[in-house]
Design a protein around this ligand. Structure first.
Ligand code: HEM
Length: 368
């Protein structure tokens, strides 16, 4: 599947080159949404959604970005969400067009995945189990064969799973890529050192390979510092205290079972006892033994039993895309970039407007 990441990267660069040749602002945030959407769909369904190459990629990325619109109402008034979902899709499309389009879209993908799975089983047993969907369906089929008492997985569950993973695998990484690109132009002091490291990497098929990018200490520090500086889920991630209560060693007290507790990541990421000079953007804090010590306090993907299942993929996408982007283009800010990147809490961070940049291809890239 790693080949798919390089393929999509090439397609993103083709699009950026078009904007550069016309001397236009690059709609980079939309491209990040399409890039992450195409990659996660390869893992989910075994094929790219073709968002990056589509002529209406701006509109399609807006559909993905609109998914958290009205999320607070959906969370606090669940009966409204459930009532809406029970209505015919064509009717609710009038109320919230973009969100419903994504829902429709993922329901169709789920339907196709079930059909494909059935066909693969007929044609070749070996292919079964390659995608996330195949794994879910194969596991379900195994349980049914064993005669286990569990209910078979329903279409609704599969459709919800595909919507969930498609969104979880698209919006957070695309938003994080956008903020990391913004930090690149905002904290220019990091650029020379990152570019020097990138210059030591030998290209393979014209790209800086992921395996090498992930070994660069300062560049990896840049990726982690971006994740620290912009903790993507700003809320408290509430949890219910389980049976027996929760003992808190630092206070010697026990929180009774059933209580809801939570903590936001920003409190930790900007705590000066843990991160020295927390307001400063310092990739070097992640280098060496001191950096290893800090890893436990990087909470952007959360920690423990419910932490993010996609964090390895997200790290890979960030290293590959940002490393190649910074090496290939000089990136320049657009006039309103700082106002555009002011964020609101929509369970995950949501920038006021989409990130726009100007790019100039670097000299070496024109030669190769
Ligand atoms: C920079 C990118 C990402 C960030 C910052 C991020 C962050 C998070 C966070 C904070 C959670 C909640 C964990 C909790 O409740 O304790 C989560 C859950 C989840 N993430 Fe990510 N995520 C990212 C990328 C991805 C990707 C690429 C996938 C791809 C499949 C993904 C799939 C999921 C799923 C399925 C869950 C739910 C896990 C569960 O309920 O057990 N995420 N993520």
């Amino acid at each position: 599947m790693e080949d798919g990441m390089y393929e999509e990267l090439g397609l993103v660069f083709d699009k950026i080159d078009n904007y550069e040749s016309r001397d236009e602002d690059v709609p980079i945030m939309e491209l990040f949404f399409c890039y992450t959407g195409d990659i996660v769909s390869r893992y989910l369904f075994g094929e790219s959604l073709g968002l990056v190459t589509s002529s209406d990629f701006i509109e399609r990325s807006e559909q993905l970005r609109s998914f958290t619109k009205g999320i607070w109402i959906a969370i606090h008034f669940q009966f409204i969400r459930n009532a809406l979902l029970a209505l015919p899709r064509s009717f609710i499309a009038h109320l919230n067009g973009t969100w419903v389009k994504v829902l429709w879209f993922t329901e169709n993908l789920a339907r196709n995945a079930i059909l494909n799975f059935g066909m693969k089983r007929v044609s070749s047993e070996k292919e079964v189990g390659e995608t996330i969907f195949d794994h879910i369906l194969a596991e379900d089929a195994r349980r049914q064969q064993k005669g286990a008492h569990a209910e078979p997985v329903t279409f609704r569950e599969l459709a919800d799973e595909s919507t969930g993973i498609l969104n979880a695998g698209t919006e957070p990484t695309a938003t994080m890529l956008s903020y990391a690109t913004y930090f690149w132009v905002r904290f220019t002091h990091v650029q020379n050192r990152v570019l020097c490291e990138l210059a030591t990497v030998t290209r393979e098929n014209g790209r800086l390979p992921l395996a090498k990018l992930e070994t660069l200490p300062y560049f990896t520090g840049f990726v982690k510092e971006s994740l620290r500086y912009m903790p993507l889920v700003p809320g408290r991630l509430p949890r219910t205290v389980p049976r027996g209560g929760l003992y808190v060693p630092s206070t010697g007290e026990t929180i009774p079972e059933g209580y809801v507790v939570g903590m936001n990541h920003i409190t930790i990421h900007f705590n000066k006892d843990i991160f020295k000079r927390p307001e400063e953007f310092l990739p070097e804090r992640w280098i060496g033994d001191g950096g290893k010590e800090l890893n436990q306090w990087l909470l952007t993907f959360s920690k423990g039993r419910t932490d993010c299942i996609g964090k390895t993929l997200a790290y890979a996408e960030m290293h590959l895309l940002l490393g190649n982007l910074f090496a290939r283009y000089e990136i320049l800010p657009t006039p309103n970039i700082h106002e555009d990147m002011v964020w609101v809490d929509r369970v995950i961070v949501h920038s006021t407007r989409n990130l726009r940049i100007k790019v100039k291809k670097r000299q070496a890239e024109n030669i190769s």
